[in-house]
Design a protein around this ligand. Structure first.
Ligand code: SF4
Ligand code: SF4
Length: 247
């Protein structure tokens, strides 16, 4: 399959319209090779009313990023179903409200650069035009920025950007494949967050760490706070970074 990438700015027009009348409807949800971020897993398991452990076991497989060496989760490949997403139906996406960030971004690619001085993030976008997708060239009357808002993708990007820091440190401090207990800790805190919470509550996983009471209370009831906490915990356990709160 050939594809064309065209850089595009946030204020430019988004000439792309995906809808169920397009002859390609659902084609993009087949022949998948789709990685899921920790925030994707959180949203999907809650949509399905499953524990993270059950969701990961039933729907995902684990491999290691060839560049990052970190554990990567993707939808379990199903050759009998043409490698289709487990949630695609004839009527569309079964988990639409909580579909992964990459499903929301398509057909846009996003890259970021973070300023060393201010920490400010600059985003860059490109349109990826694939021959099977018939949504291109159709006016929506929206800018790229408005289209992204309609996809409700910004909070996905915010969470995923926090993970970029882990990846950056990993390559610098622990090059190569992450293995053994460190890999287990990464998987536990960032993907299997219900088990992470259970180990915090029942097995005193955080013993010896100085965690403020209000954070401990919040991570017991709020998955998003737990995930943000998990990134700090991983930075601490893998790279020795001090865990700080309230920033
Ligand atoms: S292939 Fe493109 S236009 Fe067709 S359903 Fe998927 S995203 Fe929409
Ligand atoms: S989660 Fe939904 S939108 Fe994403 S690939 Fe699966 S069916 Fe398609």
């Amino acid at each position: 399959m050939t594809e064309e990438m065209t850089p595009i700015g946030l204020k430019e027009g988004m000439k792309f319209n995906c809808n169920s009348q397009n002859e390609c409807f659902n084609d993009c949800c087949r022949d998948l090779n789709q990685a899921l971020t920790p925030y994707d897993v959180l949203r999907l398991k809650n949509n399905l009313g499953m524990s993270s452990q059950d969701f990961l076991k039933q729907y995902t497989s684990l491999h290691y990023g060839p560049v990052s060496g970190l554990p990567v989760i993707e939808f379990k490949p199903n050759p009998e179903a043409g490698y289709a997403c487990p949630f695609v139906t004839l009527k569309g996406c079964l988990v639409y409200e909580d579909r992964p960030g990459s499903c929301r971004m398509y057909p846009l690619a996003r890259a970021i650069a973070r300023s060393r001085d201010t920490g400010e993030i600059t985003q860059y976008f490109a349109l990826i035009e694939e021959p099977h997708c018939k949504g291109f060239g159709k006016e929506t009357g929206q800018t790229v920025e408005e289209w992204l808002q309609g996809q409700d993708v910004n909070k996905y990007n915010e969470h995923n950007d926090k993970l970029m820091e882990v990846i950056r440190h990993k390559n610098r401090i622990l090059p190569g494949k992450l293995e053994g207990v460190l890999s287990d800790k990464f998987y536990l805190a960032l993907y299997d967050i219900d088990e992470f919470r259970a180990q915090i509550v029942e097995k005193e996983l955080l013993k010896g760490l100085d965690i403020p009471e209000d954070i401990l209370t919040k991570i017991k009831i709020d998955d998003t706070v737990l995930l943000e906490f998990g990134i700090k915990w991983v930075n601490h356990m893998l790279f020795g970074h001090k865990m700080t709160f309230g920033e």
